[in-house]
Design a protein around this ligand. Sequence first.
Ligand SMILES: *Cc1c(COP(=O)(O)O)cnc(C)c1O
Length: 399
Amino acid sequence: MTHRACRGKRIRRVAGSVGVNSADPQVETVVDLDAVAHNVRILRERAGGAAMMAVVKADAYNHGAVPVARAVLAAGAAELGVTTISEALELRAAGITAPVLTWLNTCDADYAAAITADIEIGVSSADQLRAVEKAARSTGTTAIVTLKVDTGLNRNGVSPEEYPQVLTLLRQLVDEGVVRFRAMFTHFAHADQPDHPVIDKQRDRFVAAVETAAEYGLKPELVHLSNSAATLTRPDLAFDMVRPGIAIYGLSPVHEISDFGLRPAMTFRARVALVKRVARGEGVSYGHEWIAPHATTVALLPAGYADGVPRGVGGRIEVRIGDARYPNVGRVCMDQMVVDLGENPAGVQEGDSAVLFGGAPGDPHAQDWADLMHTIHYEIVCFPRGRVVRTFTGGAGIE
Ligand SMILES: *Cc1c(COP(=O)(O)O)cnc(C)c1O
């Protein structure tokens, strides 16, 4: 094989990309903000006239909360949804002024900081509402409150048992001007099974909860309940606003039904650190779980379980390098993994980029890993971490 310069030096960044472009990271996630914008447009079409709250919790499902938030707002999302107050404050600190809702906080969370930063607080209990009241009084600022009602997920949300008590207190606080009652929402248990009877049951309970609030003289400015799956498969449930997460990132929550034309936004890739020959009968990686059946060429990738490649997929995944797919052989280690290039007809060399999963034609898909791990692609895109550098492409024109 002829000697060529390390190929990585020729990797080019897409013009208009945002974020830190450190020079050719060894292992990175590349987040395509144009794909994010495309996915928002698809979801908005499905939502008809309803507004859209884009869920950017958990650092935008590990895609980078601030750049993703800017991209979704530019693509027409009206509001943002996150889990914690800290997540909401991160968006505000970046200068994002759109409405932001936070919905999972303990009763001793920093509600004063949320109120001061104009963050809408999702309340799931009377204790939480009392804590918000206290913070509103101490800051002298009206709190924006949204009720999260439990309609059958039996996780977060006001329980039916506590609901009257919460409404009584809320009514009092609204009358006093301590609280502005912004919205009501709930969350589905079975939205990824579009025909499941519990979906309609939850809708009916939600509508009843809104009616009960009205009996207390409480009328929300808007109501919302559809996550990605419901937005894509049950347009009749869009109400005033839809609240998708995973589909924004290009992954269909009902992938066995359709991908709806969504484009995965995350590409997880590593650059070939070493290419070498291995003789027939030699074992590769810890425990020698793979023995070369014939002399072959292998490539070493600097991505391991510390970077978010689960050890459990070892020897069962493929990576794409150039136009070809190559199998991972042997165990995934903390820092590295090995792929078999065979006789290496494509001339893979050190510095080349290997896609672990992504969205381009021929890329392995996060769903492939999910199938192997008996989990869902939501969890797979949350895996990359630690040394993995996140870079962005697309998003030209977003401020
Ligand atoms: C995470 C979450 C969503 C988004 O769900 P997807 O299935 O990712 O679309 C919507 N609402 C709430 C309350 C959530 O926790």
